[in-house]
Design a binder for this molecule. Sequence first.
Ligand code: NAD
Length: 298
Amino acid sequence: MEIKNFTVFGGGVLGSQVSWQAALHGVKTIVYDINNEAIETCKARHQAYAQMFTQEYGMPEEQVKKAFDFLSYTTDLKQAVSYADLTSESIPEDLELKKEFYQKLSSLLPEKTILTTNSSTLIPSMIAPLTGRPKKFLALHFANPVWAANIGEVMGHKDTDPHVFDIVVNFARRIGLVPIPIHKEQPGYVLNTLLIPLLEAAQTLYFNGVSDYKSIDKTWMISTGAKVGPFGIIDLVGMNTVYNIIMLRYKQTGNKSLLARAQKIKEQFIDKGKLGVATGEGFYKYPNPEYQNSDFLK
Ligand code: NAD
């Protein structure tokens, strides 16, 4: 099955990137969001990406401009899906909101439409029964930023049709991703299953006063050859997300030291507006963080 019409639900941080990536690869893409303000924000993000691709990545202007020919926007959900072969959902990470959304969506979809979620923490089986088409429902999880961290984690649930799974793997490849097929439901997919324990261990070393954040990053970068260490990654992920992950772990485990850690992140960073790369400062200062200096690893 060829994917001719692609619909992205939610034009926020990730939805704007997913729709841009697809359009840049010549896929006809429509973005649905709840109101005009959200649509305008998404359009502004697309303009900013266009500028970034020409000025920073050196892509020919003609090629970048062409992406806009493949993009359209709507606040009408029925219109968003009337021709959809495939959809990608990036609405907020709230199970009740997503359930409500899929229930509403189910009556509007053409028979052919395949549905994917980009949820980072929910697994497809939590939502599948509400879609009205569990065989055609699975996750296609993007990393941020989509074009640079270009993996596409494809994860079904036990009733996902293997043929549909393959269609999504092929689509991921077509829009410039390296598909990562995941054969069993796994909260956190592959990437976050690896990454979250690393970031937690780094935080434990730092907040317990075992070592300073730069030395911890140097250790990781020198010994693995990575371009960025755990605290550089924390700045990229953003302090709000890091705080939410720690609080989630606290609620799951009741471990009071996690609550104390979340409090420190809030006081030292969030309350001071130091949210990481997005606001120009987290552990490091941006746009030229110290860990990128040639003598940082000396
Ligand atoms: P965001 O808050 O930036 O964007 C959410 C968008 O959804 C907003 O534009 C909002 O107006 C819209 N929205 C709200 N309610 C809606 C509804 N009922 N129907 C349609 N649209 C609605 O959030 P985000 O960071 O883009 O995250 C969205 C999803 O992507 C989440 O499931 C998250 O787990 C996943 N994700 C995020 C990242 C990341 O780095 N931010 C990475 C991978 C996956």
